[in-house]
Design a protein around this ligand. Structure first.
Ligand code: BES
Ligand code: ZN
Ligand code: MN
Length: 482
């Protein structure tokens, strides 16, 4: 990740001048003092459009030295445009150069969004024998305002959490067993006001976590339930976050083709986001009690694997007819949801999961599918999504489709018996049964959980989607409408 600071002028390799839509520059007096000619004349000479992230790079002579000036598009200076601008500036500095800039906006929100962009755009994940040629650079924001420094600190806390989620999901599955994920949850949250409890397979079996046990049964590396508890004094409400933690999804006996399977190391991205959120709640001053549950298992085919046609018992004692072992996510989530309702008495539950290819087909990478039994909770999450950049699109929990999950042998089937479409909705309808009467929201992040290429503040591979959203929702409004 790149570095970012705020304060008085400092020497740097590059001077970056923000250019708004229509070409008007943003330079302030302290930044102009570093430039040989005024920022407006520069922007005009280049005919810069101001499009977010667009960069014009030039070398200008000042007395006996040469200064490198970057004209950096900041568009309409919305949070999204500033994140993209920050990310492109980080990429321009990825060879280890330093930049000084002044986005001349609101010292709070504008700087936070810009700083987040710098940090997230400068993220890299590499496993190479030679050290990476790209050395993250540093960006210095010209601002003496103490609010600017506070905004940078918030951005650093959020971006570090996103990097945690990305690192976990980008890690190849050879080294990523359920126990490894549990160990990482302990390591990452150490000293951060969070208690961690891990259920081993014997405890899961004894307590009736039949979904986790069935899904994990084909793997040599047994399942785990990871519970992370943040319990600040005087908390007025209790939120449970449930994350899908499938450390590799081969499909099980309903084996996936190679092309679909090769991306499935990121099938614990929801669980990774939950761990990442818990790692930052104390630092961001979240006032609610927050419990994270990561349902971790490896979905593998073998002689001990669960089978299509099996009937399993979920936590709490409901039977489920398994028809396709590749619909494993909802089975491990159902256990965790039922456990949360029975044991944790939460005011709200939000689950996050790379659950269905259908959600990705419907919405692509720009939006996660949101399902909720509570309008105010859905509205609060949508608003946090718009503010944070992790956007949500609400989908219907269409009751007319519920009979498709009826089973002739068990209480319910986990998928429809034949392809009826609405795959993401059916998964949500299945999960709803286990959230019971607790206000609940489900985020299907199969689309935005990974990016095919660097794009704005996203980097190729795992995106850490949901981390910014949930932190913004939890930290934003102490009473958390909903
Ligand atoms: N992990 C996958 C969903 C997925 C697909 C995530 C593509 C990210 C990208 C999930 O476990 C799965 O396999 N879902 C099946 C469900 C089906 C068998 C009902 C799917 O979407 O095909
Ligand atoms: Zn899966
Ligand atoms: Mn699957």
């Amino acid at each position: 990740m790149s570095a970012i600071t705020a304060g008085e002028a400092e020497p740097a390799d590059l001077i970056a001048v923000g250019v708004q839509d229509g070409g008007s520059p943003l330079a302030s007096a302290p930044l102009d003092a570093l430039l040989p000619v005024s920022a407006s004349r520069l922007a005009e000479a280049y005919g810069h459009s101001g499009k977010p992230g667009e960069i014009a790079d030039s070398a200008i002579a000042v007395a006996d030295r040469v200064v490198r000036v970057l004209l950096l598009g900041v568009g309409d200076r919305s949070a999204g445009a500033l994140r993209r601008a920050g990310a492109e500036l980080a990429r321009a500095c990825s060879d280890g150069r330093t930049a000084v800039t002044d986005i001349a906006g609101d010292p709070g929100q504008d700087i936070e969004a810009f700083a987040e962009g710098v940090l997230l755009g400068g993220y890299r994940f590499r496993i190479r024998s030679e050290p990476d040629e790209a050395i993250p650079g540093a960006v210095h924001l010209l601002s003496a305002d103490p609010e600017a420094a506070a905004a940078v600190r918030r951005a650093v806390a959020v971006a570090q959490a996103v990097a945690v989620a990305r690192d976990l999901a980008n890690t190849p599955s050879a080294g990523k067993s359920p126990q490894w994920l549990a160990d990482e949850a302990v390591r990452i949250t150490a000293g951060r006001g969070v208690d961690v409890r891990v259920w081993a397979e014997e405890e899961l079996a004894a307590d009736g976590f039949g979904g986790l046990m069935a899904v994990g049964s084909g793997s040599a590396r047994p399942p785990r339930l990871i519970e992370l508890s943040y319990n600040p004094p005087d908390a007025a409400s209790h939120v449970v976050l449930v994350g899908k933690g499938i450390t590799f999804d081969s499909g099980g006996l309903s084996l996936k083709p190679t092309d679909s399977m090769k991306l499935m190391k990121t099938d614990m991205a929801g669980g990774g986001a939950v761990i990442a959120v818990l790692s930052a709640v104390a630092e961001l001053g979240v006032e609610a009690r927050v419990t994270g549950l990561v349902a971790a298992a490896e979905n593998m085919p073998s002689g001990s694997a669960y089978r299509p046609g099996d009937v399993i018992w979920q936590y709490g004692g409901r039977s489920v007819e398994v028809l396709n072992t590749d619909a494993e996510g909802r089975l491990v989530l159902a256990d965790a949801l039922a456990y949360a309702v029975a044991r944790l008495a939460p005011d709200q539950i939000v689950d996050i999961a790379t659950l269905t290819g259908a959600a990705r087909v419907a919405l692509g990478g720009a939006y996660a599918a949101l399902y909720s039994t509570c309008d105010s909770l859905a509205d609060a999450l949508i608003a946090a999504g718009e503010a944070s950049g992790d956007r949500l699109w609400r989908m219907p929990l269409e009751q007319d489709y519920r009979p498709l999950l009826d089973s002739p042998v068990a209480d319910i089937a986990h998928v429809a018996r034949s392809g009826q479409g609405a795959g993401s909705i059916l998964a949500a309808l299945f999960l709803r049964e286990f959230a019971a009467a607790t206000p609940w929201a489900h985020l299907d992040i199969a689309g935005p959980g990974r990016a095919g290429a660097d794009d704005g503040e996203l980097t190729k591979g795992a995106t850490g989607f949901g981390t910014r959203l949930l932190l913004s929702w939890l930290a934003g409004d102490p009473s958390r409408a909903g």
